[in-house]
Design a binder for this molecule. Structure first.
Ligand code: XBP
Ligand code: MG
Length: 253
């Protein structure tokens, strides 16, 4: 019987390496709108410091050179651009080309077998969560998660703790009975801001981030036949993330 009551997952960069797909979707939406913007990988790495696609576009408009002549109704302009981006993004996921990161599917199935509840706390938009879970995990996977806290459901996006506090409130569980999984500094600030112990798996967009406060920092969640690389913290001789390691990390004072 595990001491863990729920696993709370971030989505982008954690469940799957999706930020490159988001970047391509943004650029396709810009092109469709007749805009000359094209976010390079390096540019997008910096822009990811702003969470939320609409907020990211707004930030870019404020800082782009030469300055962009903003339309009369800027929030409507951004909302329509972001809607188009989300359509491009979900279509790419529907093509089945995006897979879960190593260890994610195994860990989710192990949690389900042990009646450990599942939740999501993400800055991305709900259609994106649905597209990823349906295509990369299981067509019924949305129903496996007791709480899916996403996007604009909370007033403040990550690094604010709102989205994790929302997840805990709707799980009706205290933070000390749950563990969070994240990939970024903003995400870690959000989960620890909700007093959640957090396991971090880095990726190409976040490997340079500051992960102080994480229980452990890994290159991915590992598999029995493919050990993770431990980058920070004490994995207590484990070589892949399973419910035993999660339970030990949660029990640690
Ligand atoms: C990552 C984000 C999102 C995505 C883009 O979310 O900050 O904004 O980059 O998705 P998380 P949207 O790591 O919290 O899952 O355009 O739908 O925001
Ligand atoms: Mg993330």
């Amino acid at each position: 019987m595990t001491n863990v009551k729920a696993l709370i997952f971030d989505v982008d960069g954690t469940l799957a390496d999706t930020e490159e797909v988001h970047r391509i979707a943004f650029n396709r939406a810009f092109e469709q709108a007749g805009l000359s913007w094209n976010w390079t990988v390096d540019q997008y790495r910096d822009l990811l410091s702003v969470t939320g696609g609409k907020e990211r576009i707004a930030h870019f408009i404020k800082t782009v050179n030469p300055p962009f002549k903003v339309p009369q109704n800027l929030s409507l302009f951004i909302a329509e651009l972001h809607k188009a981006k989300t359509q491009f993004y979900t279509k790419m996921l529907d093509d089945g080309s995006v897979h879960l990161r190593p260890g994610v599917s195994r860990l989710i199935h192990e949690a389900r077998e042990q009646d450990v509840r599942l939740a999501i706390a993400t800055t991305t938009s709900m259609p994106n969560v649905e597209a990823l879970l349906n295509n990369a995990l299981h067509p019924q996977a949305m129903a496996w998660f007791d709480v899916i806290a996403a996007g604009d459901m909370v007033p403040q996006k990550k690094p604010a703790a709102d989205i994790y506090l929302y997840a805990l409130e709707h799980l009706q569980l205290p933070a000390h009975q749950c563990i969070a999984f994240e990939d970024s500094e903003n995400g870690l600030k959000s989960s620890t801001g909700a007093n959640l112990k957090t396991i971090v798996a880095i990726n190409q967009y976040t490997k340079h981030h500051n992960f102080s406060g994480a229980e452990i920092v890994l290159d991915n969640f590992g598999e029995p036949d493919k050990a993770f690389s431990l980058l920070e913290g004490d994995a207590m001789q484990h070589t892949y993330v399973d419910m035993t390691l999660v339970g030990k990390l949660l029990a640690k004072s």
